[in-house]
Write a protein that binds this ligand. Structure first.
Ligand SMILES: NC(=O)c1ccc[n+]([C@@H]2O[C@H](COP(=O)([O-])OP(=O)(O)OC[C@H]3O[C@@H](n4cnc5c(N)ncnc54)[C@H](OP(=O)(O)O)[C@@H]3O)[C@@H](O)[C@H]2O)c1
Length: 282
């Protein structure tokens, strides 16, 4: 099997294009799942304060025998922690839970434009501090729409290294992706297989059958060929392996276009819309 490509970010750091997502993996199961993913070959783990399983991520990495420096670890600032002083405490909490002195990438999880008087700019300035002092090697955002990115560009000096957005065959999210491509922001596609929803699609099934791959492999390969960074989540050992085996085949231009043609626009969105999402958990 060929190697996972590295994508160079706009700050010069490099991220493995395929990683392992741990959303909805229970805190007690996370260490084992992470260890399994690392044994398969994944070297990039995507977690968040909101997922409540950062400690399991750190534990799994330590137990794996793989060097910390060989694993790219992302976490995300929780929605209730956008005030700069809260953000400063939050990243220390993340590092303590992980048991590491830095994360490779730290993201503002949601822009929350209807909270904090619409001010995600001072939150971003706190993120710039974390990069400057080394607590985060790279900083980025998640669920930022074009207008949110334009505002950061107008009011701050650092372009986010990545924007992590919902993207899969039913929600291509083209406008945000195009803005990111034009401005040197790498796109990370969350829910890359729409939590399984796209796997029963007839077109994807036909391509999978013809290429001798599974529907999940076809969809993940489509992302990779678009240039997206992906980190499918699975708590199932066979699927963790299946999702990693996507670098020894290629989709032709016709199949790429057919999958892109499945886009349902807003109707394909499975998660909340970033303009209105305002959830803060206790
Ligand atoms: N920034 C954000 O706001 C945000 C939001 C959501 C997610 N994320 C990140 O993105 C990652 C991935 O997204 P996600 O977890 O929402 O969804 P996903 O990766 O698109 O799908 C995960 C679901 O698909 C199943 N699955 C995985 N591989 C499969 C395969 N090969 N065949 C059939 N079913 C398969 C999993 O089941 P089993 O586990 O039972 O195998 C699970 O139910 C998350 O873990 C998280 O790191 C970020």
């Amino acid at each position: 099997m060929s190697e996972v490509p590295l994508i160079e970010l706009n700050d010069g750091n490099r991220i493995p294009q395929l990683g392992f997502g741990v959303f909805q993996i229970g805190p007690d199961e996370t260490a084992e799942a992470v260890q399994r993913a690392l044994s398969v070959g994944y070297r990039h783990i995507d977690t968040a304060e909101m997922y409540g399983n950062e400690a399991g991520v750190g534990e799994g990495i330590r137990a794996s025998g793989v060097d910390r420096d060989e694993v790219f670890v992302t976490s995300k600032l929780d929605n209730g922690m956008h005030e700069p002083d809260d953000a400063r405490r939050a990243i220390d909490g993340t590092l303590e839970a992980l048991g590491f002195d830095h994360v490779d990438l730290f993201l503002i999880h949601w822009p929350l434009p209807t909270r904090y008087d619409g001010d995600f700019v001072s939150t971003w300035r706190a993120m710039e501090e974390f990069k400057a002092d080394g607590r985060a090697r790279s900083i980025g955002v998640s669920n930022f729409e074009v207008g949110h990115l334009e505002r950061l560009a107008a009011e701050t000096g650092t372009v986010p290294a990545v924007n992590q957005i919902e993207a899969h065959p039913y929600l291509r999210n083209q406008e945000v992706s195009d803005y990111c491509a034009a401005n040197g922001i790498a796109v990370e596609a969350w829910s890359p297989i729409a939590q399984g929803e796209v796997l029963g699609d007839e077109t994807i099934g036909e391509i999978a059958e013809r290429t001798g791959r599974t529907p999940a492999q076809v969809v993940l390969r489509w992302h990779v060929q678009l240039g997206n960074i992906v980190f499918p989540k699975s708590a199932t050992p066979a699927r963790i392996e299946e999702n990693f085996a996507i670098f020894d085949f290629e989709l032709d231009a016709t199949d790429m276009e057919r999958i892109t043609g499945l886009d349902r626009g807003e109707d394909g969105r499975t998660g909340p819309h970033p303009d209105t999402f305002a959830m803060i958990s206790d």
